[in-house]
Design a protein around this ligand. Sequence first.
Ligand code: HEM
Length: 163
Amino acid sequence: MTPAQVSLIRETWRQVVPRADQVAALFYKRLFEIDPSLRELFTEVDLAAQGRRLAKALGDLVAALDSIEDFVPALEVLGRRHVGYGVRDQHYDSVGEALLWTLETGLGPAWTGEAAEAWGAAYRLVVGAMRCDGLPQAPLPPSEAAAQLPTWLCLATAAPGDR
Ligand code: HEM
């Protein structure tokens, strides 16, 4: 990613943050239109709380984009936890499509070709580390995974009793 792309992502993310709750609702609505079978993964989940968790994780990643390679091990662990949630590699494509559509809808004219390219590149980078294709390890049980997460990703996860 170029420094200009990192700035563009931060600038556009700043515009989304004040409306994070609305934007998250839009995201899940679009995601379930793209792949209705994904609803099953979220039946026990409070989508408003989950939307806030996802927004927090994305915000942390946006802040860390300059040194994202430092976070690859944490992202691998997060990806393995997702295997435990029932997430399969192809689901990342549906989430990526829903995320970019949501940003486009939320940002309106601020969503330029450059912004689309920058967000697409950032998403591919993060998901490249999270996808579990080719990983020899079995999915980690959540407690073991949580113990291995660095603080910045633990902060992105639910507080005790929040889930
Ligand atoms: C950039 C990609 C993604 C990021 C940064 C992300 C982030 C997170 C975070 C921070 C959590 C909270 C729990 C934890 O830390 O383990 C979570 C949970 C979850 N995510 Fe993701 N996620 C991503 C992609 C996906 C995809 C592709 C799916 C599949 C549709 C998905 C489905 C879920 C589910 C089902 C949960 C568990 C909710 C629960 O049981 O409370 N995520 N995600």
